[in-house]
Write a protein that binds this ligand. Sequence first.
Ligand SMILES: [Zn+2]
Length: 136
Amino acid sequence: MRRIIRRKKSGYALGFLLCIGGLLLLAAILWKAWPAVSASDDVFSALTSYLWTEQFGFGFGAELKLMHLTWIGSAAFALGILVLAFSRQVFSVYAGENVVLQCSYCRNNWKASRGKGLAECPHCHQFVEPRVVKTK
Ligand SMILES: [Zn+2]
């Protein structure tokens, strides 16, 4: 159980990181491009041609066109959204299946996830078919 929660949290962290990283990259590109294209009559096509002509150097010979960086930023953002959506789904499935079961042998209760026909009672260690007492 604890493992699933941690995975959900790291999924959220990864999703947020990708979203924010992608947005920052897109904002930085727009920030750099805006002074060159804002005076144009057709800002969108001016921006597109600017992104295709301007290059971004990494300092060691590697260069990327700004358009490629725009794609990378958009892809990171989209991936972040997907990861966030997936993490949320994992969490809601986990929360929805949390139930309190009662042992048919010793009548003690314990929390578990639904879907098991036969379970080992943590109190008397008998394999029983537990009764669902409470659904969260
Ligand atoms: Zn029991």
